[in-house]
Design a protein around this ligand. Sequence first.
Ligand code: G4P
Length: 529
Amino acid sequence: MPATTLTLPEEIARRRTFAIISHPDAGKTTLTEKLLLYSGLIRTAGMVKNRKGRAATSDWMGMERERGISVTSSAMQFPYKGTIINVLDTPGHEDFSEDTYRTLTAADSAIMVLDAGKGVETQTRKLFEVCKLRGIPVLTFINKLDMPGRDPLELLTEVENALGIQACAFNWPIGSGKEFAGVIDRRAQEFQLFTRAAAAGSQKAELTRYALDDSAADEALGADVAERVRGELELLEIAGNEYSDEAFLAGQVTPTFFGSALTNFGLEPFFDAFVELAPSPSARPVDLADGSEGKRAPTEPFSAFVFKIQANMDRRHRDCIAFMRICSGRYEPESMVKHHRLGKSIRLARPHSIVAQERNTLDEAYPGDVIGLISRDTFRIGDTLSLDGGFEHKPLPQFQPELFARIEPTATSLRKRFDKGMKNLIAEGAVQLVFPRGGSDQLVGAVGRLQFEVLQYRLEDEYGVTTRMDNMPYTCSSWLIGDPDKFQPPTTALMATDLRDRNVVLFRSEWDKQTAAKNNPDHELLDVA
Ligand code: G4P
């Protein structure tokens, strides 16, 4: 964005930094594209095509050429009706990895996209758990209403039961599938009917609005349909959940919207509600030097934390890019800042802007923004940088791996280099390590297959070690709280410890894990530590 004359509090107040959580194919990419369409930055949607089948890159690299959009492979920034939006990339599909989870720790809110035909799916559930743990407020968009889907009330109930959050419908769909005609905006108390001509998907949908009691709506919809939805709405007024900003910000209620990203139905009202409801950057919890806890307000001097390190997959460059989220203050390139872990001052380089067609895109940045800096080994995941020092942003949580493998160098002569490479890559957070009890072989653990591919690639590329990988049959794991000797695991489970000597149990199935939890009421199984 071009430099502005706004004050720091004004810059903070206009920022919305969020991530989209969804199961693959629910419509995250489509919704993101449409947000760009409605921001006026692109004229036609549909440019992020070859996503499936591409290599390890961000979902958004295809958008980078578009004018005025600043894309790092980790976040995308653009203006929307007076606000500055930062969408954090939460790769799904084959790019799903621990980074996807970690990225959520950099968000101030999340949009949960559900497929109306499928409801709450596994990956959404996992990502939602992270939001819950971090107290991130979540808005819900129930997508694909243009297709035959499930009953809206049933979907709301599923959100509540599966995720343990109250769902408050902000709009209500009028029919679904071919009959999907629009929504009722509950706050405005009006019918919003869509023009089918917009269904090409690349143009904004035109809305026709009628007050709830306007008889013109009966004509437009057919009297029986209009009456039916009025009846549904009355029911919702009685049985539905109350909304309050407080409950939303505390993660107890999720404002829920129905629509269709592909046909643009219900999008603009949703985006408008999003920028109205979603919080701007606020104070973040920190650990102070004396061991106590504190809060860092966004108006305090510059601070940031690293939430993602991306290895440069280009063989000619060994450098990594460290992505950091600014939590407080104004970022100015070339300034000297304190690096908490290293205990020294460093000069912040000019951010490596992967695109920036607008030259001055990253000349300054504010709380909520993401900057990517080139690093050889200056930065690790979780590092805190600040102008004044004396505190550290809360450490990033570790997530329960779901894939395990044994990895070995292909030749004994490579062992030394292998050990060195593994040590560095583990420290960087590329994969996790677990040590089976009573055995000597270490296993690597990850939440997405991509992490293993990156590990093997980097061992070869950076350390000259070719490796062999044997996948293990475990599909989930937990940290075990309680006496490990008294824990009774299923016969197929594996007891292990992690790098920090915490007990871990590896299970072959989710069912095994649940059975183990039931059979060991005195123990606790944690998914995030
Ligand atoms: P993702 O990023 O969450 O994985 O989902 P994405 O947006 O790529 O959408 C997955 C598929 O669902 C795409 O179809 C997309 O066009 C479709 N889709 C998204 N929103 C809607 C909607 O509101 N209604 C309907 N009917 N479909 C929707 P595809 O066939 O896999 O890809 P494409 O060839 O259409 O791009």
